[in-house]
Design a protein around this ligand. Structure first.
Ligand SMILES: [Zn+2]
Length: 266
């Protein structure tokens, strides 16, 4: 018997979503837009595909400013959101209801409440925003250009990292860490590294981290998460302790994957 959708439990609905076949066209979109997918071994690719189904089943996508949100856009955004869920016990961004996609950078909407209700990325034109009232906003061109140019920035990783940060109540750069020892180590390492980045930003010294991460601890978490998945070998090389706490939280070792994909020494 077919149960109506509203009667299904969350767990059952997710299991059903995960078990749906993953279209080959969607795999091609992942290969094009989510290079991390290409780094993963087949069993992790399968896990990621399951997460993408659950994400797309649960979240509403909306095109803004004339943007047409087709499967390619949905799969690319859901792909990056799901990379951050791999190997972890996840509730799939429970606060998030809608993903709003603009064709290009957009101007701020409504009032600014940073660092409370909304994390804004730029006072004028924005690449993305992350709201605590259920929305992530992404400028497609910002994501697409970075992919095409091989740039290490990634607005999708950045905004979904803010959502993870928010899961335990506030934008403070500390996601939900149940392991007390990891929590302690996280605070110790991130405080030290945040100061290092702030010093580098003050003196104009370049590091593997975007100086924007020195804005506040929430931006630090989002920027390090971008580097963790985009340039993991460089992050591990220059900031080994930071890499290690992020690796423990995300339960992934992207530097090994990048080394394998690029034939660099692991
Ligand atoms: Zn941010």
């Amino acid at each position: 018997m077919q149960w109506p959708a509203w009667l299904k439990t969350k767990g059952r609905r997710r299991r059903e979503a995960r078990s749906r076949p993953f279209p080959d066209t969607w795999r091609a979109y992942l290969a094009k837009w989510v290079h991390y997918y290409n780094w993963l071994p087949p069993e992790d690719q399968a896990e990621l595909e399951g997460h993408i189904h659950v994400f797309l089943d649960a979240k509403h996508f909306e095109g803004c400013g004339g943007m047409t949100v087709d499967d390619e856009v949905r799969v690319a955004v859901a792909g990056w959101a799901s990379v951050l869920c791999l190997h972890r016990e996840t509730d799939y961004y429970p606060i998030l209801v809608s993903v709003l996609v603009y064709p290009d950078t957009f101007m701020a909407q409504g009032e600014q409440e940073a660092p409370g209700g909304v994390v804004v990325e730029d006072p004028d034109a924005r690449d993305g925003e992350s709201w605590d009232r259920g929305a992530v906003i992404i400028a497609w061109e910002s994501l697409a250009e970075a992919r095409e140019e091989g740039a290490p920035c990634n607005v999708a990783i950045h905004e979904f990292a803010h959502q993870l940060d928010l899961e335990n109540g506030e934008y403070d750069g500390v996601p939900g860490l149940e392991d007390a020892e990891l929590h302690e180590e996280w605070l110790r390492v991130c405080e030290h590294e945040f100061k290092r980045l702030a010093d580098a930003a003050d003196t104009g010294r370049e590091t593997v981290l975007d100086p924007y991460g020195a804005s506040d601890p929430a931006e630090f978490f989002a920027v390090v998460t971008e580097a963790f998945f985009e340039t993991p070998l460089a992050l591990r090389d220059k900031h080994p302790r930071l890499y290690k706490v992020f690796s423990r939280y995300f339960r992934q070792d992207p530097a090994v994957l990048e080394a394998r994909a690029s034939s660099k020494p692991a």
